[in-house]
Design a protein around this ligand. Structure first.
Ligand code: F0G
Length: 361
């Protein structure tokens, strides 16, 4: 029987950097591209959701971690380090263990979702909680990577971008071509950089060859309004949003994100926490896809563009939802009006259960 072999083996010919490296994999990639019927009807386009929560540690980071840790193994690294708002740490910890390396993780004070913290701890990472925000953590991680024998696996490491570009390849493989528009959340801006690289490379493949795309999508990136440095045009000293994954004030790949926007005739805009939570609720309750709040920024952004009348009718739109809802499940326990959602308690009695379920007797 065939099993998906992870992005390095599936796309070996398009990841030249990895040639000759030992392959450290947990079978990442090959995630579903799910048609979103309700959203499609609502915005008048053909909307598909790339569900990256289906990766081994529950986020898209695994695509870049298989490559970063494999390269670290090739270099003979014994230890890796990263700064993280949570998902990178969970992924780095898992792949480091798989490779027999130790993993140091720098996380900002508070604001890390419980699911992500548990993962990093479960995989035996050395978790250092820094008295600062994500941007401070990244500065620290860079310094450690430069001055000590420890490999930095944040997305400033080119191997991360190389691995993450495979998500664009998968979209093209499923659709037969690039979409018209690709929406995604933007935090440190590594992922928009990676998708754009993947789309560019696919368009450059010879016509008719495997994986060739006839066009490149417009890249639509969305930051949280309280953490929107690229939209505002300057770093944000104290970024704030309930979407802790993208609570970042000074993205490392800022320039590359701008390039993706300019070269693709795209945009980078901001969505409020309220819009994020609305989108979060919508895709769980209407599409059956459970994501963490940061991931819903792509959906919130699409809804915002629809509101502005800027979604071309009939366009094919892919929205990446970057992380699984189980990472940070507390947001599902509130209704739109802010009230608590709770199970209905019943005795062990079929008639009562049937009444609550409004079944015909
Ligand atoms: N969505 C989720 C769920 C994330 O965890 C992140 C980034 C992003 C979107 C944004 O991607 O940084 O490439 O623009 N999380 C990083 C982390 C910062 O440490 O886990 P980006």
């Amino acid at each position: 029987a065939h099993q998906w072999r992870g992005v390095i083996r599936e796309y070996a010919d398009r990841l030249p950097m990895l040639a000759g490296a030992p392959v450290v994999t947990l079978g990442e990639g090959g995630t579903p591209l799910i048609p979103a019927e309700h959203l499609s009807e609502f915005v008048g386009a053909n909307v598909l959701v790339k569900f990256e929560g289906m990766n081994p540690t529950g986020s898209f980071k695994d695509r870049g971690m298989t490559t970063a840790i494999s390269m670290a193994a090739k270099h003979g690294a014994k230890a890796v380090i990263c700064a993280s708002t949570g998902n990178t740490s969970a992924s780095a910890a898992a792949y480091a263990i798989k490779a027999g390396m130790t993993c140091g993780v720098l996380v900002p004070e508070g604001k890390i979702a419980m699911g992500k913290l548990s993962q990093a701890l479960a995989h035996g990472a050395q978790l250092l909680q820094v008295d600062g925000n994500f941007d401070d953590c990244l500065t620290l991680a860079r310094k450690l990577g430069e001055a000590y024998p420890i490999e930095l696996v944040n997305s400033v490491n080119p191997a991360r971008i190389e691995g993450q570009k495979t998500a664009a390849f998968e979209v093209i493989d499923v659709l037969g071509d690039a979409p018209d528009i690709h929406c995604l959340p933007v935090g440190n801006a590594g992922n928009i950089t990676a998708y754009w690289k993947g789309y560019r490379e696919s368009a450059e493949l010879p016509t008719g060859s495997d994986g060739h795309a006839t066009k490149r999508p417009r890249m639509w990136g969305f930051q949280a309004a309280g953490a929107a440095p690229i939209v505002k045009g300057h770093p944000i000293d104290e970024p704030d949003t309930i979407a802790t994954a993208i609570r970042i004030g000074n993205p490392a790949s800022w320039e590359q994100a701008i390039a993706a926007r300019e070269e693709s005739d795209g945009l980078i805009d901001a969505v409020t926490d309220e819009q994020i939570l609305h989108a979060h609720r919508l895709i769980s309750s209407r599409e059956g896809v459970f994501v963490e709040p940061g991931s819903a920024a792509s959906i919130a952004g699409l809804l915002l563009m629809h509101e502005r009348g800027q979604v071309p009718a009939g366009a094919t739109v892919v929205c990446t939802v970057t992380g699984h809802g189980l990472k940070d499940p507390q947001w599902a326990l509130k209704a739109a009006d802010g009230s608590d959602l709770q199970p209905t308690r019943i005795p062990v009695d079929a008639v009562t259960a049937a009444r609550v379920l409004q079944l015909e007797g």
